[in-house]
Design a protein around this ligand. Structure first.
Ligand code: PMP
Length: 406
């Protein structure tokens, strides 16, 4: 394919030109939230300047334009992950998406003795909703441990798929370890055993070509703000037969066909699950984000980030006294690390003074860090708009601040 001019791509991100504490910003926290290119910012701005109205409620021109902008986002997102638009519920993000599955699909189906299988590398958003369902149904949440390298051992996982397991919740890419899980294979094995699958795609969709139809899961959740889109946007894909069988999660306007006190008739999916006024401007921005990512090319983005990851990993290994948590062979550009003799929060605080933004703490994954016996890590996460120079600047800053802490 055509070579991408990465300097030009980076120049599309206005925020990356700013300084922090008088130093050029080195933003290495894209696993937390991604930065936005100008076309996304402009799409949100243009929506409010020229098209703002509510969706589906008005026959006037602006109402039609707003509805078209919102539905165009659905179509674009569906195209990006290779699903049908009428099976894609638009929502505020992965957290909402997984809760929707928990309350509308799992809660009415699970009973005492059933097992919800999760991996220990899940984000809290893919643990806590299942615990809430388990509490109310008498089901049990059973975790599957990763290997010391941070991968899933498939034999162990398959052995845990006992007849009581009704649902498997698994992340496509770990936000702490960077591990890319073989979700296609995993979902095939679950399906053979009659186990429904929920895949958390938060950290996958921004970084690689994702073909949800090929994965063969039952539900796939992802979030807009990590894929160059606005905060408060995201989507849940669900198999049509599931969505049609699911009762609404939230009641209100937009999700009904007819309301009377004799009984209310709900709208068809996906609208049945989209009560209330959505983040229309946000979805106008997310549609622009999808166009932007596709313009650069998901395969090009994946290759670029793999190069940056290799550079980052080599530089940290060469620095000495740095332990990287997560060395799975299939890895996205997320590097959690510990530095001998330095606390993660102290490192992150001093790195900030050098202009470097990394996350420190437990990354919404307490069970995972407990499993590895660490209280907190620093996490440097890279996106395609980062540069090799930034990685060198980060490692130089790290060497400087650890001397201060020594
Ligand atoms: N799952 C994973 C793997 C994540 O990294 C995140 C965001 N940190 C979430 C779920 C939650 O996403 P959101 O806050 O956008 O709902």
């Amino acid at each position: 394919g055509a070579r991408v001019d990465w300097a030009r791509v980076r120049a599309d991100f206005p925020l990356l030109r700013r300084t922090v504490h008088g130093k050029p910003l080195v933003y290495l926290d894209s696993a937390n939230t991604g930065q936005k290119p100008a076309p996304v910012i402009e799409a949100v701005d243009a929506f409010y300047r020229r098209h703002n109205a509510n969706v589906s409620r008005a026959v006037h021109a602006l109402g039609t334009e707003a509805t078209e902008a919102y539905e165009a986002a659905r179509t674009a997102l569906a195209g990006l992950v290779n699903v049908r638009g009428d099976e894609l519920v638009l929502c505020s993000g992965t957290t909402f998406a997984i809760n929707l599955v928990a309350y509308s699909w799992a809660l009415p189906r699970l009973k005492a003795g059933d097992v919800i299988l999760v991996t220990r590398m899940e984000h809290h958003a893919n643990i806590v909703p299942w615990q809430l369902v388990a509490e109310r149904t008498g089901a049990v949440v059973r975790p599957v441990d990763p290997t010391p390298d941070g991968a899933l051992d498939l034999d162990t996982l398959y052995r845990a798929m006992t007849p009581e397991v009704k649902l498997l919740a698994v992340t496509h890419v770990s936000n702490v370890l960077g591990t890319v899980n073989p979700v296609r294979e995993i979902c095939r094995e679950a399906r053979r055993r009659g186990i429904a699958t929920v895949v958390d795609g938060s950290q996958a969709v921004p970084h690689m070509t994702v073909d949800v139809a090929a994965i063969g899961c039952d539900f796939y959740a992802f979030t807009g703000h990590k894929m160059c889109g606005p905060t408060g946007t995201g989507a849940l894909w669900g198999r049509r037969e599931h969505l049609q069988a699911m009762p609404p999660f939230l009641g209100g306007g937009e999700m009904i066909r007819e309301v009377s006190f004799d009984g209310t008739v709900f709208n068809d999916p996906p609208h049945r699950f989209e009560a209330g006024t959505p983040n229309i401007a946000g979805f106008a921005g997310l549609r622009a984000a999808v166009d932007y990512l596709q313009g650069v090319g998901m395969d090009a983005i994946h290759a670029r980030e793999a190069e940056l990851l290799a550079h980052l990993t080599d530089a940290l290994d060469a620095a000495g006294g740095v332990r990287i948590l997560g060395r799975a062979p299939e890895k996205a550009a997320v590097v959690s690390f510990l530095v001998d003799g330095a606390h993660a929060h102290d490192l992150a605080t001093l790195l900030d003074l050098e202009g470097v933004a990394v996350r420190s703490g437990q990354h919404c994954a307490h069970p995972l860090l407990q499993f590895y016996g660490v209280a907190a890590t620093c996490r440097a996460s890279v996106a395609f708009y980062n540069t090799h120079e930034e990685i060198d600047a980060f490692v130089a800053a790290l060497q400087k601040v650890r001397r201060l802490l020594a």
